[in-house]
Design a protein around this ligand. Structure first.
Ligand SMILES: [Zn+2]
Length: 261
């Protein structure tokens, strides 16, 4: 049973309210919600739950997850910052990233592989224990190296890459990855989606090329804000841009909400 309130209807106004407005036989409307529909000339239709699923689902705007598209980038250890940019050098923040404490630095490096180079690759800060380079599969073809899909920090048995900075070149022995898609969330979001660290979300994209991502790793931290991180290949495949939304449809292989556009 759902309780349909005026404020939920108002939240749905921007997207458009279905006419007629279908609800389950057991759903309840507040008097204000009933007036709200009446004043707009939208009739109420009570139908069985199977038919009305997507309508009651429309009200769940809280199933949306904003997307952040990550272009190729580099995380550097302090040692590598100094080798590439000079002794005692510290990264200069250019702009803050959506996850608190993280920033895009003014500094860039050139990636050099056996088949090609990619200049002006953004360094992200602050510096870390181990250097890590995240590229797309497309970048891999350009460079002539195909790294595995990995979560950040899981660098065992990954290939290396040459980094060229203004001072000198650094040959990383390992640390080149294609980032595994993941979703950042706070404890409150985790409660809402009923997931724990390491669970896999299933999310649906809308638009002209709707796709399902069925194995999105959940990363929970009190300082995280809700965001699905995709690389440029994934975002391009789904016609998605930073700030657009995907929709939660399930977790750990089980679809719990209707997949629809
Ligand atoms: Zn991320």
């Amino acid at each position: 049973m759902a309780l349909i309130t005026e404020s939920r209807l108002r939240a749905q106004l921007a997207k458009g309210i279905p006419n007629p407005f279908r609800v389950n036989p057991e759903d309840k409307l507040t008097p204000a919600a009933a007036d709200f529909l009446k004043s707009r000339g939208i009739p109420l239709e009570r139908v069985s739950s199977a038919q009305s699923f997507s309508t009651s689902d429309d009200l769940k705007a809280d199933l949306r997850i904003p997307v952040g598209v990550s272009n190729r980038h580099v995380h550097l250890s302090e040692e590598h910052v100094e080798l590439l940019f000079g002794s005692g050098y510290r990264l200069n923040p250019l702009r803050e990233l959506s996850q608190s404490g993280q920033f895009a630095a003014r500094e860039t490096v050139t990636l050099a592989g056996p088949k090609g180079v990619i200049p002006q690759v953004r360094v992200l800060g602050p510096s870390r224990g181990a250097s890590q380079v995240e590229i797309s599969r497309t970048d891999g073809y350009l460079l002539g190296i195909q790294p595995p899909v990995r979560l950040s920090g899981h660098l065992e048995n990954t290939p290396g890459i040459a980094l060229i900075g203004p001072k000198q070149m650094v040959m990383l022995p390992e640390g080149l990855i294609v980032a595994k898609n993941h979703v950042h969330m706070s404890m409150e979001d985790a409660n809402r989606f009923q997931v724990v660290q390491g669970d896999r979300l299933m999310v649906a994209t809308a638009g002209d090329r709707p796709l399902l991502f069925t194995d999105v790793v959940v990363r929970i931290h009190e300082r995280f804000s809700l965001e699905l991180h995709l690389d440029t290949d994934e975002a391009n495949a789904a016609e998605l841009k930073t700030g657009q939304y995907v929709r939660y449809v399930g977790r750990n292989g089980e679809i719990t909400h209707a997949i629809r556009r």
